[in-house]
Design a protein around this ligand. Sequence first.
Ligand SMILES: Nc1ncnc2c1ncn2[C@@H]1O[C@H](COP(=O)(O)OP(=O)(O)OP(=O)(O)O)[C@@H](O)[C@H]1O
Length: 711
Amino acid sequence: MEPVVVYGISVLLFDTVLSLAYVTSLVLLQSSGCGGLSAQWAFAGLKWAFLQGFAWILAGAEHQALLSRMAALLCLLSPVYESLQSFLAPPSEPYRDPSADLGRLLLGPVCSVLACAVWEMGFRSDAKVQPSSNKLHSRRLLLRMGKYFKPDALFIIPAFTFLILAVLCETLIPLYQGQVIDMIRGEVLHSSFFYSIGRLALVCLGSTLFSGLRGGIFMCTLARLNRRLKHLLFRTFLQQEVHFFEKNDSGVLSSRLQRDVDSMGRTVAQNANAMLRSTVKTCLMLGVMLHLSWELTVLTCIEILILAIMQNMYIPLSRAIKTQIQHCCAHTESLALQTVRWIQVVRSFKAEELELRRYSEAVTRMQTLRRRGEVYGIVYGFTRRMVNLVIKLLMLLLARRLISSGHLTTGALVSFFLYQKPISRSLHEISYSFGDTLATVEIISTVFGYLDRRPECKEEGDLAPEELEGRILFQNVSFSYPSAPADEKALKSVTMEIAAGKMTALVGPSGSGKTSCLSLLKRLYEAQEGQILLDGKPLHHYTRKYLHRKLAVVSQDLELFSGSLRYNIEYGLKGCALEKVRGAARKAKADAYFSELKDQYDTAVEGGDICLSGGLRHSVALVRALVRDPRVLILDETTSKVDADVWHAVLREVLSGGGAVLLVAHNLKSVTTADQIFFIENGEVKEEGTHAELMARGGCYHHFYQNCNVL
Ligand SMILES: Nc1ncnc2c1ncn2[C@@H]1O[C@H](COP(=O)(O)OP(=O)(O)OP(=O)(O)O)[C@@H](O)[C@H]1O
């Protein structure tokens, strides 16, 4: 036998001995007029102290909490029952002191054991299977979640007030209905009958009104919470370093932002609402039911115990399925998103069939999981109904006996039955909400994990000087990508100077490290060794906003955002006048083309009115760079696609203003005019000089140039 059962039985026996002693003394006390409610409460306090002490001596620390709960129940049940009886007693039949009824005193321990079993086996099993550190973690997360509701305190307080008022009204309805039924026989005055009807109508109206108000305010609060959380999470995403987006799939991130935030807000708010409503309702209803018939209440408790055990078996299964479906959903969504986004790649590899198969497999898996969940639900629902049916039959038999013996009126029986369904629903709701909240803990933890994530990059500085020359110096820069092993260096001790007013070119075979240099300049990554200086100051000392204005980049992957042409050109610049946009386009010799479009600069691009060709997209990117008045213009592999006129116009514009141009090109023809060329191979600067100097040297650049020309 489990030690905890032995301890439980021992505490029960001790309680019985104490109760017997009390009953004996009650007979004596009542004869001297001292056996009132206060005496019962005093005895309960004394008994609690004894039982606690007994449990403390008897059991070890791991069983203390359980025995304490049981002792509290054993002590509280009887005085609470008697107090409720005195509270609910009609004025015509005032409450008499608790009787020295041995049977009723022994019923206390039976009910306590039942209630303990319901709680420990039915509702607390979630907590039991979780290690205590997890429990603490869950509690901390839920408390933290509660803090996000703080700005809505003004909504929450009235919402909870309406909730309690609605529950009070709901609880009174069946009681008043029963009383009206008892009056229907016409043995009471008309005025009393109509008073009862009016009272019933009033609580019905109150319940509807308060429920509506509560629901409306909760919905409103939830919408506000959702908006706040989504804003916070999206802001956190945007602050993360590039590596974060390489590690995390975009589909999964978007699903976290939409689905998970919705789900965590909804679940926690709804469950807190449901738990509070159901707890208040259960306590009130239980009190009234005990008052109506304790025998029927015991039967109801037995039904609840069986249902709780069944539910306890069902919830972990359904929760596991729910989590699997959620993961599967995110995976399926990400598969579809990836395929649509990279449709050109998919098509060029003729991989449509493959992608379709992968997607179908994911959908089938999701369907299988959903079907399995539904089967569990059906079996569970069927068994629940069978238990309900059997208990209902037993109750009818018992009720017949009670009514014929005069212990119960028909109205009271109707009231009791009217309470029965809501009470089991309330208990079911409490345990479901509890389990559901715990199931959401994983989602909450993931979302909070993102919210707490600090970007792994240096804090931005505060330098933003009016004047900037645009001189860049790479000083012994070594760098390996965060996703690559530390010894796999993309750049190895690179030292080079990009002079202001000059055009510098980075040349080298594929994978040599050219783009890595640009990524470091854009501060997408941080170098592990060495530093990059801009006008003699480390790059990270400047504000990011300033850097992105002064160092304009035209990269290989030209992403245009949905929106107008103007939006794409002034992207990220606040309050940029149209004239400035036009001016930049004029300098890049693109204004004429843009002005011919239907809505000129307001023409929607990227999924909008027009689809720009590769060359025009590059023109947009060049104008976007020029509109910032950059001191350093970084061009990554753009020459092959852009119109030569536009390209030369842009270079002239920057160089004539004394700015620097850094060019990364495969088309070596465009670098022959550069003032300075750095030849990079395997992440190292192998040669530097002008085209003529490097060709004369006959080294790596010379070979590379010749190979490229041959190709
Ligand atoms: N995001 C990344 N994560 C890990 N390794 C990367 C990443 N990007 C590039 N690399 C590696 O870093 C090295 C340098 O790549 P980089 O893109 O800088 O070369 P590149 O000279 O610009 O090549 P290309 O001309 O083909 O664009 C290569 O070995 C490449 O595989």
